[in-house]
Design a binder for this molecule. Sequence first.
Ligand code: ADP
Ligand code: ZN
Length: 721
Amino acid sequence: MSRARVLILNAALGPLDYRVPHGMAVEPGSIVVAPLGPRQLLGVAWEAERMPSDAEVGDNRLRPLLAVADVPPLAAPLRRLVEWTAGYYLAPPASVLRMCLSSTSALEGARSVTEYRATGEVPARLTPQRSQALERIGERQGLIRELASVADVSDAVIRGLAKVGALEAVEVDIDSPYPAPDPGHAVPTLSPDQRAAADVLVANVAARAFAPTLLDGVTGSGKTEVYFEAVAEAIRAGRQSLVLLPEIALTEPFLKRFADRFGCEPVAWHSGLRSTQRRRAWRAIANGDALVTVGARSALFLPYRNLGLIVVDEAHETSFKQEEGVHYHARDVAVMRGKFEECPVILASATPAIETRQQVALGRYAELQLPGRYGPAEMPAIEAIDLIATPPERGRWLAPQLVAAMAETLEKREQSLLFLNRRGYAPLTLCRTCGHRFQCPNCTAWMVEHRLVRRLACHHCGHVMPTPRACPECKEEESLVACGPGVERIADEVAALFPEAKTAVVTSDTIWSPAKAAEFVGRMEAGDIDIVVGTQLVTKGYHFPNLTLVGVVDADLGLEGGDLRAAERTFQQIRQVSGRAGRGSKPGRVFIQTHSPAARVMRALVTGDADDFYAAETEVRRDAGAPPFGRYAAIVVSSEDRECAHETALLVGRSAPQVEGMAVYGPAPAPLAMLRGRHRYRLLVHARRALDVQDVIRDWLGALDWSAKARVTVDVDPYSF
Ligand code: ADP
Ligand code: ZN
């Protein structure tokens, strides 16, 4: 009699035991279909000794497994990663496992899938519903249900369109191979610094051992070119590489750049893929055919068959921290994956995080430096503009020096970039008669005016409303005023100052797909844009040789709020955006508008002395016992019922164990006291590095019983304070 322990894809359930029917081959890692009550669920067979079950069932009462999927079993290194991630981030193993199997349709038997697309022929008499659906579908191709959801109609409408010849079926072979990248396609000549760094990375790939390395090079030093050499080595060895990018908007330029170097595009993995693309990519990754995958953080948990290299580009980016579901940090999980897979991990950054620098200082990570820009490009000259000494004109946001520099740049037919990390027109709208402010009904947040679409929007839950003409409180008309600037307002100011200039606003509202990003890049390269006004979306990755001026509209913005990483993040962000200036043969200039030019972070930006700044920041952290010297974990209690959330938070607080080296603060209302209609309270756990704080929290929360109306989530190493 053979039994198997199975981790079912259901976060509420622990591992369950099943009988393996005669003739079925199940080993640890096998992906299986298991019965649960009347349902059939996916699961993964696991080593019983590594996944204790608290409900041991006798052999005679076991239910049989129904099927084994026809894909390779999840390999041991990935199983170890699932266990580690679940343990470290205090998440149910099933939730982590779900990320590995994120394309469960890839497990279905069929090798070919039917998608539909427009034929271009529109039958003479179409119902208004069908004709509108056809319009919404446009050039898209997809499964019936995907097109139905795009067009917001039922599946029957899509089938009807196919029947009358407006849509045609396209058979897609989900096992059709991807082209193989050619490591010798266009080999660059590296500078001596680049060569030295690349040699080390290539040797690491050849050694097939865990080797975490920080590739620390100023913006424009050619880090990508350097780690491409390591990717080339992995391709030559027939091993897979994974390149993680912090933002899906960066995928498109990356694909192009990769194709220039290797002759074809890599496999892309991100939330924008159609289900068929996802299915094909998952299978190719699992059977080892996908040699290079580039993706957002979710690509980290895919079942690579023989991973030989992991690269985390822009490794300091905070968007690698997942803030929903399993609260993991992709940079840290990438290093763990490299450890389990026994392969090198490259963290590339021009502004490495203090945590990463500390690992280098401790000798756990190696460091490779690229001190200068590639080719003739010099680092830009950086100047602070004191907004108190030389303020902008009344009702304006751009100081005279910056405006003058923009005029000179336009004159020379070069491009400028104004950076302000705030979407929309104004962050706050209020009534000047009665003082009414527009607040989101679901969140503790102000509604942000988006003038281009005439709406107020909540940036936390997505709630939108039309911008009213009159104040809803005092009914006064024409009395609403916008407070403070967002990028749209800056774009208005630019249009007033330079009516002849071509301006583009670049935010997640305007660049919401890889295609939009590609269009923006095309317009920049063609010189079709003179001035870009953008959020953090434009601070990284892009390389525009004719962009020579960068203006930081409000350098103090990120310092508000008292977050422990505020100064570090401000430094990183402004260094990154400064790095967009003067990347070609023409020198770049950067102006930083600030109310406190004497602040340490502003001085460090101007002098370019990163080491001094980091040394001081590191001391502040050490004194406070903050990461990387100590550890925080946030316990957030939420409920739609405020009373229930508060009661439960008090219960959690009262039950906090007394542990040497650990302190518990709170509960207090969370920084966003209400989010998406849920009231939130937070307890902050502060612990010594040496303490196994996860273990303490697991026992502590495991012993508690709380109302089903409350949810308790733990965020280990939280980012938002
Ligand atoms: P970083 O990622 O360090 O900011 P990039 O890798 O984007 O820098 O390189 C900056 C620019 O210099 C890119 O246009 C890149 O193609 C070019 N470049 C860097 N190294 C080389 C090289 N060895 N040969 C040719 N072009 C290079
Ligand atoms: Zn909201």
